[in-house]
Design a protein around this ligand. Structure first.
Ligand code: SAH
Length: 357
C-alpha cells in the first residue's frame, strides 16, 4: 500500500526532513532523489554514492515501488498510450505525445472523475479516488523506462481526473518534477487543465508558479455549458472567465481555453460569436478540437468545415485560435477510453495492445 513514507510522495524538503529523522544530512536526500528522478534507478542497491548501510536502511524504511506500465498502445501518429498499474489494483492512463519540441506527457490526477462532463469517458464510472503524488511520478517513470534515453520535457495534467480536486498532491507533484536535480521540467512546460473549479483557480493564481492554466470551456453561455458540464451550475461561465482573466493578470501567463466541438451542441456560428464576445480583450488563446467520440455518450464530433468556420469567426474577432491536431485517434484518444476498455474486458486489452511493456 501507499504509505506516508513513500519516497516518491515526498517533496524535496519533506525528503530532507525524513533523512534528518534517520540521522542523515540533507545532501543524502538530494543524492537519493537525483538517483530516483534523474538517473531513474528503481533500487537503492545501485545508488553507489550512498553508504551501503544507508541503502539498506532506505530499502526497509521507504521501499521503492516499481513503476509499471501494464499495457501500451501505439498510434500510427507516434502517440503512445500507457495503462499504469497502481498498488491497489487500479490503473490509470498516461499518454505520450512526441512533438518537434520534445516529448510531452499527459498525466492523470485521479482514478475516474467526479465531474461528470457529458462527453468525457473518464467520468462515466464516477470518481474512484485521487492519486498520490507518487502515482503521478510513476506515470513519468513508467513511460521514461519504456522510451529509454529520450526525456519527457513537458507535462500536461489532462489525463483522467480533475487536478484542482486533488490540489495538494498535484501541486507537490508539479514542484517535484520541476526540481532541477530531478526531472527538471520547467514550469513553463507544465500545464494544469481544469473544468473550472474557481476556488482552485484563485488559489493557483497565488502560488507564483509560471505554469500554464488551461480551462475546459466548451461553451460560451450557461445554458449550453450546464447541459454538457455540470460544474457550470456551481461556477457559471462568466465568473469562470473573470477568474481566468485575474489569473492572467496576476501571473502574466496567457490562459488557454479548450473547446471541444460537438456537432449540433456548441459549434454554431452564434456560439463562436458569443465566445468571441466573452473573452475578447483578455490574455488568452483558444484551442479548438473536434470531439473524440465516446460510444457511451451518443455525442458526435463536428465536421472539419464546422471547425474551420468556428475558428475563422474567433480569429476575425482578434482571438488567437488553433485547431488542435487530433492525436492518437486510432487508439481511443479520449480521456479514460483505454481504462474503460480494460475494465470492460476484465483486465485484458485485445491483440492491438502490447502487454509486455
Ligand atoms: N478535468 C480536467 C482535465 C482532464 S480532461 C479538465 O476538465 O480540463 C482534458 C481535456 O479533454 C479537457 O479539456 C476535456 O474537456 C477534454 N475532453 C474530455 N473528453 C473529451 C472528448 N471525448 N473529446 C474531446 N475532448 C475531450
Amino acid at each position: 500500500m501507499i504509505t506516508s513514507v513513500d519516497i516518491k510522495s515526498m517533496s524535496v524538503s519533506e525528503c530532507r526532513a525524513f533523512f534528518a529523522s534517520l540521522g542523515e544530512p540533507a545532501f543524502r536526500a538530494d543524492q537519493t532523489l537525483e538517483w530516483l528522478y534523474r538517473a531513474r534507478l528503481s533500487s537503492y542497491a545501485s545508488m553507489t554514492n550512498l553508504p551501503i548501510r544507508l541503502r539498506q536502511l532506505l530499502a526497509e524504511a521507504t521501499p521503492i515501488r516499481p513503476s509499471e506500465a501494464i499495457a501500451k498502445v501505439r498510434s500510427t501518429d507516434g502517440t503512445r498510450k500507457y495503462l499504469v498499474g497502481l498498488a491497489d489494483g487500479n490503473a490509470v492512463e498516461t499518454v505520450l505525445m512526441p512533438h518537434d519540441y520534445g516529448l510531452s506527457l499527459c498525466v492523470s490526477s485521479q482514478v475516474g472523475c467526479a465531474m461528470g462532463c457529458s462527453f468525457c469517458a473518464s467520468g462515466i464510472g464516477g470518481l474512484v479516488r485521487s492519486l498520490e503524488c507518487s502515482e503521478m511520478i510513476d506515470q513519468i517513470l513508467a513511460v521514461s523506462n519504456d522510451v529509454g534515453n529520450e526525456r519527457v520535457s513537458s507535462v500536461v495534467m489532462m489525463g483522467s481526473g480533475e487536478p484542482l480536486a486533488n490540489y495538494e498532491n498535484v501541486l507537490k507533484f508539479i514542484k517535484l518534477i520541476n526540481w532541477d536535480r530531478g526531472f527538471g521540467i520547467g514550469y513553463r512546460h507544465i500545464t494544469v487543465s481544469t473544468c473550472g473549479i474557481l476556488p482552485g483557480i484563485r488559489k493557483l493564481s497565488g502560488e507564483g508558479l509560471p505554469i500554464t492554466l488551461s480551462v475546459s470551456l466548451h461553451a460560451p453561455d450557461d445554458d449550453t455549458r450546464t447541459a454538457i458540464m455540470k460544474i457550470n451550475r456551481t461556477y457559471p461561465v462568466k465568473e469562470l472567465v473573470n477568474a481566468c482573466s485575474e489569473y492572467a493578470e496576476i501571473t502574466g501567463r496567457r490562459v488557454t481555453y479548450e473547446y471541444s466541438l460537438i456537432s449540433g451542441v456548441n459549434d454554431s456560428s452564434d456560439h463562436a460569436a458569443m465566445l468571441a464576445a466573452l473573452i475578447r480583450g483578455t490574455l488568452c488563446h483558444v484551442n479548438l478540437i473536434r470531439l473524440n467520440p465516446v460510444a457511451e455518450t451518443g455525442l458526435e464530433r463536428s465536421s472539419a468545415d464546422a471547425a474551420e468556420r468556428f475558428g475563422k469567426i474567433l480569429r476575425t474577432s482578434g482571438i488567437e485560435t488553433t485547431i488542435r491536431r487530433e492525436m492518437g485517434a486510432d487508439i481511443d484518444a479520449a480521456c479514460g477510453q483505454l481504462r474503460r476498455r480494460w475494465l470492460r474486458e476484465g483486465g485484458s486489452l485485445g491483440s492491438d495492445c502490447d502487454h509486455t511493456v
